[in-house]
Design a protein around this ligand. Structure first.
Ligand code: GDP
Ligand code: ZN
Length: 347
């Protein structure tokens, strides 16, 4: 027995087994079970969890997870914890960037509370001016971005440098080059070393499976199938918080009404001719409409006898959510260490 506890990261969950990568260098992954005690108290283990492993069997590469260390945040769909940054992938050509779509994804990602980096792919297909144009545009929106090409290798070193620690998840529309990017950052041939496969691995790509890939220079990368949903399912308040431009204006001045939606209220300091203001209005309508739809569906589902008693205000949908909907508990990454609640995005 070792004196110090063995700590590792959960790389993948396969049925009742957890693939754990130990923090020790040059150790194979261990295929672990969950200790009965954890099961009894209902502790779930998800990809991204930092765990304590006991009774390692170094011959068979097996172990048992005895404890889950506190999570910094947690995303429900896909189930992954301790996410440090989200890479929003969009191509510079084939297909060309759709500013409204990019804006939408940024809004969707914001409530997660982790860092967001926009990665422009297929840089080899466009000229310098296009690269600068999109970089500047995103900068004005308040987001960092980086242009890369998996064909020429442009920008990859810089990207690798930014991913060297923590857990990054990759998301974006299909066809923009996500798989190509993951493949160059975390080549599969390399991944096979020290990795155990189980019979559950077959067909895993057809499900909402999520898996962490170790990056050669440190850090972990995960694809996040299912992250981007067609509907903007957030609260109005979360939507406002998702626009750095709105936050900036509210820091300078305040609207006449504290519950201003920045649409047509008098004395509004947010309304104006900034580039993404029309996006905000679109999303606002969508969020409000979704809130209404959600309300009517739930009322029907529950077959209330007297429907008229169940008109809930839009901003108060929280009370109908199960605790498990609380997808993210923001920890130290909030920046000021305060207890801000940023979670609750339905993904
Ligand atoms: P995904 O659907 O987002 O995973 O996209 P893929 O990685 O499958 O890529 C979609 C298409 O774009 C494929 O035909 C790739 O070969 C191509 N592609 C991906 N990255 C680049 C790139 O940097 N440059 C160019 N020219 N094509 C790329
Ligand atoms: Zn306002």
């Amino acid at each position: 027995m070792r004196e110090r506890p063995l700590i590792g990261w959960v790389m993948a969950v396969q049925a009742n087994f957890y693939r754990v990568r130990l923090e020790l260098p040059d150790q194979p992954e261990l295929l672990c079970v969950r200790r009965a005690r954890l099961k009894k108290v209902g502790v779930q283990i998800v990809v991204g969890d930092r765990v304590v492993v006991e009774e390692p069997d170094w011959q068979g590469n097996r172990g048992a997870i005895a404890e889950v260390l506190p999570r910094r945040n947690q995303l429900e769909r896909p189930a992954i914890s301790n996410v440090d940054r989200l890479l929003l992938v969009s191509s510079l050509a084939q297909p060309e960037p759709d500013p409204h779509q990019v804006s939408r994804f940024l809004a969707m990602a914001a409530p997660l509370g982790c860092a967001v980096l926009v990665v422009w792919t297929k840089r080899d297909l466009v000229g310098e001016r296009t690269v600068t144009f999109w970089g500047d545009r995103l900068h004005q929106w308040g987001y960092p971005s980086l242009a890369v090409s998996t064909v020429t290798g442009q920008g990859l070193e810089e990207l690798r440098g930014q991913l060297r620690s923590g857990i990054s998840i990759v998301t974006g529309l299909s066809g923009v080059g996500k798989s190509s990017l993951i493949q160059v950052l975390a080549p599969r041939e390399q991944l096979r070393t020290g990795r155990i496969s189980t019979r559950h691995e077959k067909g895993r790509h057809t499900t909402r499976h999520v898996e962490l890939f170790p990056l050669p220079e440190g850090g972990h990368l995960a694809d996040s199938p299912g992250f981007m949903q067609p509907a903007l399912t957030m609260t109005v308040r979360q939507l406002m918080a998702a626009f750095p431009e709105i936050q900036f204006r509210l820091e300078q001045d305040s609207c006449q009404f504290p519950d201003c939606t920045h649409r047509h209220e008098p004395g509004c300091v947010v309304r104006g001719d900034w580039e993404r203001y029309p996006h905000y209005l679109n999303f606002l309508a969508e969020v409000q409409e979704h809130g209404d739809r959600l309300h009517s569906t739930r009322t029907t589902d529950r077959a209330y006898k007297d429907k008229s008693q169940h008109h809930e205000p839009l901003l108060n949908r929280k009370k109908h959510r199960r605790p498990s909907r609380r997808v993210l508990h923001q920890g130290q990454d909030a920046g000021n260490g305060s207890d801000i609640e940023v979670g609750e995005v339905e993904l």
